[in-house]
Design a protein around this ligand. Structure first.
Ligand code: C5P
Length: 272
């Protein structure tokens, strides 16, 4: 009997993203607080002799993940996309992470989460964080991931419809001083107080400035969020999505609707 496996691939938001110097492998050393949010793609995986995916992407992270897990096996993978591509919400990485977890089960490979994280690191820098799941602090180039606690929070995510190149945004970023105080530690300390104003004030993304300079639409989207009354907002990843913290789910829906009327794609989401 053909059993179809269904799995949700949750997007992420970077509450902090600290970029340090360039490493010898060309990647940047970073520290980032990555939190899964309630915006997801759905993967349907059907057993099959050949490996295929219907994303249509030239650089298909789902296929890359499946091959990295076991190049000798097949599966038919269908992806229903809801997370905007090239949007800093880790859509492709989330799909790859979900594929690793689901195929490990389907193919009876018995890999541990840690092993799946290591395999995920070969697929993309954000994949280990999303394989581990839950709120995490990610370090190194993204391969060092540790779970942290995060209170339930409501957000508005908005996307101005432009695609950013992660590589290009990193290339325009000025790395921070190693001796500088950690924005990630400050955000985790704010979580402990549960004070929304303090949490909102602790969002920091070193890629926000270069992303906004390269694509002024991102700056405009941030301004729209702030005008709509969010408590604090920043860019997620290398953009183009932005997110803002709000007091309640009702407030998130109200703001998402008002931004939608202005032509922005916007979603009311919460932390997972
Ligand atoms: O790993 P991933 O394919 O998602 O990275 C895309 C690009 O982002 C890399 O080619 C690199 O230019 C940049 N990057 C970086 N440092 C990181 C992660 C990504 O410079 N830690």
């Amino acid at each position: 009997m053909m059993t179809t496996t269904r799995i949700e691939a949750f997007a992420k938001a970077n509450f902090t993203l600290e970029v340090y110097g360039k490493r010898v492998d060309g990647y940047h050393a970073l520290r980032s607080l990555v939190v899964p949010i309630s915006l997801s793609d759905t993967l349907e995986i059907v057993p099959s002799a050949a490996l295929s995916s219907d994303t249509g992407y030239a650089d298909d992270l789902v296929l890359k993940a499946a091959r990295a897990l076991d190049p000798s096996r097949g599966a038919e993978i269908r992806v229903t996309k809801r997370i905007p591509a090239g949007g800093g919400l880790g859509g492709g990485s989330a799909d790859a992470a979900a594929a690793l977890v689901a195929l490990n089960e389907m193919w009876n490979l018995g890999r541990s989460r840690e092993e799946l994280c290591e395999i995920g690191a070969q697929v993309g820098s954000d994949v280990p964080a999303l394989v581990l799941g839950g709120p995490v602090v990610m370090q190194g180039r993204g391969e060092v991931v540790d779970r942290v606690a995060c209170p339930p929070l409501d957000f508005v995510v908005a996307n101005p419809g432009v695609h950013t190149s992660t590589r290009e945004v990193y290339a325009h970023c000025t790395p921070r001083d190693l001796a500088a105080s950690s924005a990630t530690e400050a955000c985790l300390a704010a979580f402990e107080t549960g004070d929304l104003g303090r949490i909102a004030a602790s969002f920091v993304n070193d890629l926000a400035l270069p992303a906004c300079r390269l694509h002024p639409e991102i700056s405009d989207a941030l301004a729209s969020l702030r005008t709509a009354g969010v408590l604090g907002a920043t860019v997620s990843g290398s953009g183009s999505s932005v997110f803002g913290l709000v007091e309640s789910a009702a407030r998130a829906m109200e703001i998402a609707e008002s931004l939608g009327k202005k032509g922005l794609s916007a979603w009311a989401v919460h932390t997972m």
